[in-house]
Write a protein that binds this ligand. Structure first.
Ligand code: HEM
Length: 264
């Protein structure tokens, strides 16, 4: 049997630390701790972490590749358009007398104005290209089939709304090119069967092209359609998280187990 060691004499025992000598917690650690406490505080009251985990930690099918990033790329293009659009709206004046001048002012005088305007202009093209590539990916991978038909339909509405954004945004600089191009576009809409004439009247805000047309295009471009796109992206992503993504067709062809196997 092993006996416990006798205690050290008091003189040899380590002295307890005085409050001033206690180990200092590093500021970085303190900041981390504060962040964690704040997130915990919110989570305790909302239980949002469960939803975040459900959306972010999903199983994805074997063979998932770079083509699956096109949807997220489209979403980031939209976010970039939203941010640069808000900055432009701070300087843009949607009146027939000032629209052109305010756009020139943004390009020539405002700090980084030309850069932000360029990002918004080229970003619109990037978004259209990305959304078409993403649609092609979902089409060629057969992702529109059961049970994802509704997500395809939401996608089609998103595609139309993206085109509406491009069309309505084109008029806003109110230069010769945008003015005449929009007249052509509105006239093309007018040639559609049944709804055509109503649609072109609605877009013009009457029989003639004028001040109401510009404010109407501005309201559609910066309020109605971005709001609808944001809401529909929410629904689109909810369905992606709920249903999972489709396996590439060459892997699906190998399996005969159906949808359950696709998701592993
Ligand atoms: C603003 C536009 C859009 C955004 C932000 C968006 C975003 C996304 C994201 C992030 C995904 C999951 C990852 C991926 O497969 O890329 C996805 C999946 C999907 N999207 Fe889109 N999308 C948009 C437009 C469209 C369009 C125009 C269509 C078709 C007409 C479409 C149809 C689908 C389908 C069917 C899926 C499911 C893919 C699968 O199960 O593999 N989306 N979308």
């Amino acid at each position: 049997m092993k006996l416990p060691l006798p205690p050290l004499p008091t003189a040899l025992q380590p002295k307890p630390k005085r409050p001033s000598e206690e180990e200092q917690v590093k500021p970085v650690e303190q900041v981390k701790e504060a962040g964690i406490s704040a997130v915990d505080w919110i989570d305790e009251r909302t239980s949002l972490s469960g939803a975040a985990r459900w959306v972010m930690f999903r199983k994805i099918p074997k063979g998932t590749n770079w083509f699956y990033t096109l949807g997220s790329a489209t979403m980031f293009a939209f976010l970039s358009q939203a941010v640069t659009g808000v900055v432009l709206a701070m300087y843009y004046d949607p009146s027939v007398t000032n629209a052109y001048e305010s756009t020139r002012h943004i390009t020539n005088d405002v700090f980084l104005g030309e850069f932000v305007r360029g990002m918004h202009k080229w970003g619109s093209t990037v978004m259209v290209v990305l959304i078409c590539l993403h649609m092609a990916r979902t089409f060629f991978f057969g992702a529109y089939k059961y049970p994802r038909e509704l997500n395809w339909v939401i996608g089609v509405v998103l595609l139309i709304l993206t085109f509406v954004m491009s069309f309505t945004g084109y008029l806003l600089p109110f230069d010769q090119r945008s003015y005449w191009a929009t007249i052509v576009g509105v006239n093309i809409n007018g040639t559609g069967p049944l709804a055509g004439p109503f649609l072109s009247d609605f877009l013009r805000g009457g029989a003639e092209f004028g001040a109401t047309t510009l404010s109407r295009f501005y309201a559609i471009h910066m309020l109605v359609v971005p709001g609808a796109i944001a809401a529909l992206i929410g629904a689109h992503l909810y369905l992606v998280a709920r249903l999972g993504t489709t396996a590439p067709p060459w892997l699906k062809a190998e399996s005969h187990e159906g949808i359950r196997e696709e998701r592993v």
